[in-house]
Design a binder for this molecule. Sequence first.
Ligand SMILES: Nc1ncnc2c1ncn2[C@@H]1O[C@H](COP(=O)(O)OP(=O)(O)OP(=O)(O)O)[C@@H](O)[C@H]1O
Ligand SMILES: O=P(O)(O)OC[C@H]1O[C@H](OP(=O)(O)OP(=O)(O)O)[C@H](O)[C@@H]1O
Ligand SMILES: [Mg+2]
Length: 306
Amino acid sequence: MVNDYIYSKYAHKLQVVILILLALPNKGRISKPVNEILEKAGLKISVHGRSLFAKTVDEEIKVMFARAKDIPEFVRDGVADVGVTGYDLMLERGTEDELEMLLDFKFGNARLVIAAPENSPVNSIDDITNKMKIATEFPGLTKRYLESKGLDLEIIELSGATEIAPFIGVSDLICDLTSTGTTLKLNRLKEVDNVVSSTTRLVANKKSMDDHLKRVKIDQIVSGIKSVLYAQTKRLVMMNAPKSKVSEITAIIPGMGGPTVSEILSNNDMFAINAVIDENKVFETVSNLEKLGARDILVLPIERIL
Ligand SMILES: Nc1ncnc2c1ncn2[C@@H]1O[C@H](COP(=O)(O)OP(=O)(O)OP(=O)(O)O)[C@@H](O)[C@H]1O
Ligand SMILES: O=P(O)(O)OC[C@H]1O[C@H](OP(=O)(O)OP(=O)(O)O)[C@H](O)[C@@H]1O
Ligand SMILES: [Mg+2]
């Protein structure tokens, strides 16, 4: 596009430093994986101790650290242009329609569920009455969900460890996250209804997306993250193979756009072959390659695929 051309040619001359502020969780389970992905995408963040602002290798992208639950509103209100948070947290703050959903990291998988003590007569949403009380870290989401079921219970907001509430007389039910199900089981709670599934998301401020110069930068962040997420499921397989077997071997390694075959100068009878294959195909493919006479087989992780 013409605008891209102008930006690429003249922005630095115009001393236009487009500052993209990226909001990242400062702690909690999604903080580390997100930072690792950004690092692999080449967007190294220079963190200094507990400082809640950080530079990145790109002078036009700065990072601010905040609690994941606050990031949806920071991005919605334009405090940050882009942010990483959980879909559940976006819903809890009622911001899901006010944010641009850029990508799903496909981790941080959790379900928000309504749960009751194992010996409770409540076994489904139909057994819940307005006389009951429900404890949760997600009062907004819980209220919206219960209203959608025609229910209006007293909601007790807690800041964590919700599972204890039914056993200390605080509530009859809870609405909390479950992932492996371990916490519910260990606390003798049973799932009664599923409210919503959540994963970690990258979201953007709508006005920032409409600003062309910011959009160019945001698109670079998205493509960098996508290249890492895509590469996570792939492996580079490299091998040497007898020339006589090359067609049989290349037939079993689908590879992206076909395997690469090259001469080995020191050995006329062998070719070097490499290909990118799905990680879940590696075990079967490598044993088939060995059977076909391939040797010196290497399986390597890939940082990014663009
Ligand atoms: N047990 C879990 N399994 C998977 N994802 C979870 C789990 N608990 C929370 N999450 C997700 O982690 C995201 C970030 O949540 P947050 O950082 O506030 O919680 P946390 O990582 O549990 O930190 P904290 O220790 O403060 O509770 C949320 O979107 C949430 O859905
Ligand atoms: O199904 P599981 O794998 O057991 O995970 C579910 C638990 O994870 C979260 O707790 P967290 O560890 O975040 O503590 P918190 O309740 O203080 O946030 C959530 O609140 C549940 O308690
Ligand atoms: Mg938690």
